[in-house]
Design a protein around this ligand. Structure first.
Ligand SMILES: C[S@@+](CC[C@H](N)C(=O)[O-])C[C@H]1O[C@@H](n2cnc3c(N)ncnc32)[C@H](O)[C@@H]1O
Length: 274
Protein backbone atom coordinates (compact mmCIF):
# COMPACT_ATOMS: atom_id res chain seq x y z
CA UNK A 1 0.00 0.00 0.00
CA UNK A 2 1.38 3.44 -1.00
CA UNK A 3 0.83 5.09 2.40
CA UNK A 4 2.67 2.30 4.20
CA UNK A 5 5.58 2.49 1.79
CA UNK A 6 5.77 6.25 2.37
CA UNK A 7 6.15 5.65 6.13
CA UNK A 8 2.71 6.96 7.10
CA UNK A 9 1.62 5.74 10.54
CA UNK A 10 -1.98 4.52 10.88
CA UNK A 11 -2.04 4.16 7.10
CA UNK A 12 -5.23 2.07 7.03
CA UNK A 13 -7.17 4.60 9.10
CA UNK A 14 -5.90 7.46 6.94
CA UNK A 15 -6.83 5.59 3.75
CA UNK A 16 -10.36 5.08 5.07
CA UNK A 17 -10.69 8.70 6.15
CA UNK A 18 -9.47 9.92 2.76
CA UNK A 19 -11.83 7.61 0.88
CA UNK A 20 -14.70 8.84 3.06
CA UNK A 21 -13.67 12.45 2.38
CA UNK A 22 -13.44 11.81 -1.38
CA UNK A 23 -16.89 10.16 -1.32
CA UNK A 24 -18.41 12.89 0.86
CA UNK A 25 -19.51 10.48 3.60
CA UNK A 26 -18.38 9.78 7.16
CA UNK A 27 -15.91 6.98 7.84
CA UNK A 28 -18.63 5.16 9.82
CA UNK A 29 -20.94 5.27 6.81
CA UNK A 30 -18.15 4.19 4.50
CA UNK A 31 -17.56 1.10 6.65
CA UNK A 32 -21.23 0.30 7.25
CA UNK A 33 -22.51 0.63 3.69
CA UNK A 34 -21.47 -0.11 0.16
CA UNK A 35 -20.55 2.89 -1.97
CA UNK A 36 -20.22 2.87 -5.73
CA UNK A 37 -16.68 3.66 -6.85
CA UNK A 38 -16.77 5.49 -10.17
CA UNK A 39 -13.86 7.04 -12.10
CA UNK A 40 -14.42 10.45 -10.50
CA UNK A 41 -14.17 9.03 -6.99
CA UNK A 42 -11.15 6.92 -7.89
CA UNK A 43 -9.43 10.01 -9.30
CA UNK A 44 -10.28 12.20 -6.26
CA UNK A 45 -9.07 9.51 -3.90
CA UNK A 46 -5.79 9.07 -5.80
CA UNK A 47 -5.10 12.82 -5.58
CA UNK A 48 -5.71 12.81 -1.82
CA UNK A 49 -3.44 9.79 -1.38
CA UNK A 50 -0.72 11.62 -3.35
CA UNK A 51 -0.84 14.42 -0.77
CA UNK A 52 -0.63 12.02 2.15
CA UNK A 53 2.24 10.14 0.48
CA UNK A 54 4.01 13.52 0.38
CA UNK A 55 3.38 13.48 4.16
CA UNK A 56 0.89 16.35 4.25
CA UNK A 57 -1.00 15.93 7.53
CA UNK A 58 -4.48 14.48 7.19
CA UNK A 59 -6.04 17.51 8.93
CA UNK A 60 -4.64 19.87 6.29
CA UNK A 61 -5.83 17.61 3.47
CA UNK A 62 -9.40 17.47 4.75
CA UNK A 63 -9.22 21.03 6.17
CA UNK A 64 -10.63 20.28 9.59
CA UNK A 65 -9.85 18.81 13.01
CA UNK A 66 -12.00 18.14 16.04
CA UNK A 67 -10.75 19.56 19.33
CA UNK A 68 -12.55 19.41 22.66
CA UNK A 69 -15.77 18.49 20.80
CA UNK A 70 -15.64 21.52 18.52
CA UNK A 71 -15.08 21.21 14.81
CA UNK A 72 -12.32 23.54 13.61
CA UNK A 73 -11.16 24.60 10.17
CA UNK A 74 -7.41 24.09 9.90
CA UNK A 75 -5.14 25.35 7.14
CA UNK A 76 -1.33 25.22 6.82
CA UNK A 77 -1.28 28.71 8.42
CA UNK A 78 -2.21 27.24 11.81
CA UNK A 79 -0.92 24.47 14.06
CA UNK A 80 -3.15 21.40 14.03
CA UNK A 81 -4.63 21.33 17.56
CA UNK A 82 -3.24 18.41 19.59
CA UNK A 83 -5.15 16.13 21.99
CA UNK A 84 -2.74 16.96 24.85
CA UNK A 85 -3.78 20.62 24.62
CA UNK A 86 -7.20 19.57 25.92
CA UNK A 87 -5.49 19.31 29.34
CA UNK A 88 -4.93 23.08 29.29
CA UNK A 89 -8.58 23.64 28.35
CA UNK A 90 -9.82 21.39 31.18
CA UNK A 91 -7.52 23.13 33.69
CA UNK A 92 -8.69 26.56 32.49
CA UNK A 93 -12.37 25.58 32.69
CA UNK A 94 -11.94 24.34 36.28
CA UNK A 95 -10.34 27.67 37.28
CA UNK A 96 -13.05 29.67 35.51
CA UNK A 97 -15.80 27.72 37.31
CA UNK A 98 -14.16 28.05 40.74
CA UNK A 99 -13.19 31.69 40.47
CA UNK A 100 -15.92 32.97 38.16
CA UNK A 101 -13.13 34.25 35.90
CA UNK A 102 -14.78 36.54 33.41
CA UNK A 103 -11.91 37.87 31.35
CA UNK A 104 -9.56 35.43 29.65
CA UNK A 105 -6.74 35.90 27.15
CA UNK A 106 -5.30 33.17 24.89
CA UNK A 107 -1.82 34.17 23.70
CA UNK A 108 -0.86 32.57 20.36
CA UNK A 109 -4.32 31.29 19.50
CA UNK A 110 -3.50 29.64 16.14
CA UNK A 111 -6.73 28.00 14.92
CA UNK A 112 -8.45 29.46 18.01
CA UNK A 113 -8.61 25.99 19.57
CA UNK A 114 -8.14 26.91 23.25
CA UNK A 115 -10.06 30.21 23.20
CA UNK A 116 -13.00 28.76 21.28
CA UNK A 117 -13.22 25.57 23.35
CA UNK A 118 -13.42 27.74 26.49
CA UNK A 119 -15.95 30.10 24.90
CA UNK A 120 -18.12 27.18 23.79
CA UNK A 121 -18.45 25.92 27.37
CA UNK A 122 -18.32 29.13 29.44
CA UNK A 123 -20.95 31.41 28.03
CA UNK A 124 -20.31 34.30 30.49
CA UNK A 125 -16.65 34.63 29.66
CA UNK A 126 -15.18 37.37 27.49
CA UNK A 127 -12.11 36.17 25.64
CA UNK A 128 -9.31 37.96 23.85
CA UNK A 129 -7.33 35.74 21.47
CA UNK A 130 -4.04 36.96 20.01
CA UNK A 131 -1.53 35.80 17.48
CA UNK A 132 1.50 37.29 15.77
CA UNK A 133 0.30 35.74 12.51
CA UNK A 134 -2.41 37.65 10.62
CA UNK A 135 -3.21 34.49 8.65
CA UNK A 136 -3.79 32.54 11.86
CA UNK A 137 -6.08 35.28 13.19
CA UNK A 138 -8.14 35.04 9.99
CA UNK A 139 -8.58 31.26 10.41
CA UNK A 140 -9.40 31.63 14.13
CA UNK A 141 -11.97 34.35 13.40
CA UNK A 142 -13.71 32.06 10.87
CA UNK A 143 -13.66 29.31 13.46
CA UNK A 144 -15.31 31.59 16.04
CA UNK A 145 -18.21 32.02 13.61
CA UNK A 146 -18.25 28.29 12.83
CA UNK A 147 -18.45 27.43 16.55
CA UNK A 148 -21.05 30.16 17.20
CA UNK A 149 -19.06 32.19 19.76
CA UNK A 150 -17.88 35.15 17.66
CA UNK A 151 -19.71 37.69 19.85
CA UNK A 152 -17.65 36.67 22.89
CA UNK A 153 -14.18 36.41 21.38
CA UNK A 154 -12.13 39.41 20.29
CA UNK A 155 -9.11 38.77 18.07
CA UNK A 156 -6.00 40.92 18.30
CA UNK A 157 -2.80 40.74 16.32
CA UNK A 158 0.02 41.02 18.82
CA UNK A 159 3.64 40.02 19.35
CA UNK A 160 3.35 38.54 22.81
CA UNK A 161 2.03 41.52 24.87
CA UNK A 162 2.73 44.17 22.19
CA UNK A 163 -0.21 44.94 19.92
CA UNK A 164 0.44 45.08 16.18
CA UNK A 165 -3.14 45.86 15.22
CA UNK A 166 -2.91 49.48 16.45
CA UNK A 167 -5.85 49.14 18.82
CA UNK A 168 -5.80 49.66 22.58
CA UNK A 169 -3.00 48.08 24.62
CA UNK A 170 -3.74 44.60 25.95
CA UNK A 171 -5.52 44.98 29.30
CA UNK A 172 -5.87 42.86 32.43
CA UNK A 173 -7.32 39.40 32.73
CA UNK A 174 -8.46 36.92 35.38
CA UNK A 175 -6.85 34.14 33.37
CA UNK A 176 -4.01 34.03 30.86
CA UNK A 177 -3.69 30.81 28.85
CA UNK A 178 -1.12 29.96 26.22
CA UNK A 179 0.27 27.07 24.24
CA UNK A 180 3.33 28.85 22.85
CA UNK A 181 5.84 27.45 20.35
CA UNK A 182 8.18 25.33 22.48
CA UNK A 183 10.36 23.20 20.20
CA UNK A 184 14.09 23.87 20.46
CA UNK A 185 15.25 25.41 17.16
CA UNK A 186 17.85 22.67 16.62
CA UNK A 187 15.21 19.94 17.07
CA UNK A 188 12.96 21.13 14.26
CA UNK A 189 14.98 19.36 11.56
CA UNK A 190 14.42 16.00 13.26
CA UNK A 191 10.63 16.30 13.63
CA UNK A 192 8.30 14.08 11.59
CA UNK A 193 7.88 15.40 8.02
CA UNK A 194 4.19 16.13 8.71
CA UNK A 195 5.25 18.69 11.32
CA UNK A 196 8.61 19.88 9.97
CA UNK A 197 7.52 20.40 6.36
CA UNK A 198 3.93 21.56 6.81
CA UNK A 199 3.17 23.19 10.15
CA UNK A 200 4.04 26.90 10.51
CA UNK A 201 7.54 27.47 11.89
CA UNK A 202 6.21 30.31 14.05
CA UNK A 203 3.96 27.77 15.77
CA UNK A 204 6.88 25.45 16.55
CA UNK A 205 10.17 27.30 17.06
CA UNK A 206 10.71 28.35 20.66
CA UNK A 207 14.30 29.60 20.36
CA UNK A 208 17.58 27.89 21.27
CA UNK A 209 16.18 26.20 24.41
CA UNK A 210 12.50 26.24 23.36
CA UNK A 211 11.60 28.62 26.17
CA UNK A 212 11.78 32.09 24.55
CA UNK A 213 8.07 32.81 24.62
CA UNK A 214 7.59 31.56 28.20
CA UNK A 215 10.16 34.18 29.26
CA UNK A 216 8.38 36.93 27.33
CA UNK A 217 4.94 35.92 28.62
CA UNK A 218 6.17 35.74 32.23
CA UNK A 219 8.02 39.05 32.07
CA UNK A 220 4.84 41.14 31.86
CA UNK A 221 2.28 38.64 33.12
CA UNK A 222 1.77 40.33 36.51
CA UNK A 223 0.89 43.60 34.75
CA UNK A 224 -1.85 41.77 32.84
CA UNK A 225 -3.25 39.67 35.71
CA UNK A 226 -5.97 40.82 38.09
CA UNK A 227 -5.37 40.00 41.80
CA UNK A 228 -6.09 36.31 42.32
CA UNK A 229 -5.63 35.74 38.60
CA UNK A 230 -3.83 32.81 37.04
CA UNK A 231 -1.35 32.17 34.23
CA UNK A 232 -1.45 28.66 32.78
CA UNK A 233 0.64 27.40 29.90
CA UNK A 234 1.14 24.16 28.03
CA UNK A 235 4.73 22.90 28.07
CA UNK A 236 6.67 20.36 26.04
CA UNK A 237 7.86 17.09 27.54
CA UNK A 238 10.56 17.78 30.16
CA UNK A 239 10.01 21.56 30.25
CA UNK A 240 7.74 21.93 33.32
CA UNK A 241 10.50 22.49 35.88
CA UNK A 242 12.31 25.06 33.75
CA UNK A 243 9.08 26.93 33.01
CA UNK A 244 8.19 26.96 36.73
CA UNK A 245 11.64 28.46 37.40
CA UNK A 246 11.01 31.15 34.79
CA UNK A 247 7.65 31.96 36.41
CA UNK A 248 9.23 32.20 39.88
CA UNK A 249 11.94 34.53 38.58
CA UNK A 250 9.20 36.78 37.16
CA UNK A 251 7.51 37.07 40.56
CA UNK A 252 4.79 34.51 39.81
CA UNK A 253 6.07 31.94 42.27
CA UNK A 254 3.51 32.13 45.05
CA UNK A 255 1.60 29.02 44.05
CA UNK A 256 2.83 26.95 41.12
CA UNK A 257 1.26 23.64 40.20
CA UNK A 258 1.83 21.22 37.35
CA UNK A 259 -0.95 19.20 35.69
CA UNK A 260 -0.24 15.95 33.83
CA UNK A 261 -1.87 15.09 30.53
CA UNK A 262 -3.73 11.82 29.93
CA UNK A 263 -0.43 10.09 29.12
CA UNK A 264 0.94 11.12 32.54
CA UNK A 265 3.32 13.72 31.08
CA UNK A 266 3.64 17.03 32.99
CA UNK A 267 1.84 19.26 30.51
CA UNK A 268 0.43 22.41 32.10
CA UNK A 269 2.21 24.80 34.45
CA UNK A 270 -0.14 26.95 36.50
CA UNK A 271 0.89 30.08 38.42
CA UNK A 272 -1.46 32.07 40.64
CA UNK A 273 -1.24 35.74 41.64
CA UNK A 274 -2.26 36.57 45.17
C1 LIG B 1 2.02 25.99 19.37
S1 LIG B 1 0.99 27.08 18.44
C2 LIG B 1 -0.53 26.96 19.37
C3 LIG B 1 -1.76 27.26 18.59
C4 LIG B 1 -3.05 27.00 19.39
N1 LIG B 1 -3.11 27.84 20.56
C5 LIG B 1 -3.17 25.55 19.78
O1 LIG B 1 -2.95 25.24 20.96
O2 LIG B 1 -3.48 24.72 18.91
C6 LIG B 1 1.66 28.64 18.88
C7 LIG B 1 0.99 29.87 18.27
O3 LIG B 1 1.67 31.03 18.77
C8 LIG B 1 1.84 31.95 17.74
N2 LIG B 1 2.99 32.80 18.08
C9 LIG B 1 4.31 32.52 17.90
N3 LIG B 1 5.06 33.55 18.35
C10 LIG B 1 4.21 34.48 18.83
C11 LIG B 1 4.38 35.76 19.42
N4 LIG B 1 5.59 36.28 19.61
N5 LIG B 1 3.28 36.44 19.79
C12 LIG B 1 2.03 35.91 19.60
N6 LIG B 1 1.81 34.70 19.03
C13 LIG B 1 2.89 34.00 18.67
C14 LIG B 1 2.03 31.14 16.49
O4 LIG B 1 1.71 31.90 15.33
C15 LIG B 1 1.07 29.97 16.76
O5 LIG B 1 -0.21 30.24 16.24
Amino acid sequence: MRLNAAGVEDSRLDAELLMAFAAGVTRERLIATTIAIDDGLRERYARLIDKRVARMPLAYIVGRREFYSIDLEVTPEVLIPRPETETLVTTALTFIKERKALRVIDLGTGSGAIALAIAAVERNTQIVATDVSAAAIAVAARNAIRVGVAARVEFRRADCWTVIDSGEAIGRFDLIVSNPPYVRDAEIASLAPEIRDYEPRAALAGGPDGLDLYRRIALDATIHLTPGGSLMVEVGEGQATEVATIFRAAGLGEIITVVNDLAGIPRVVVARRS
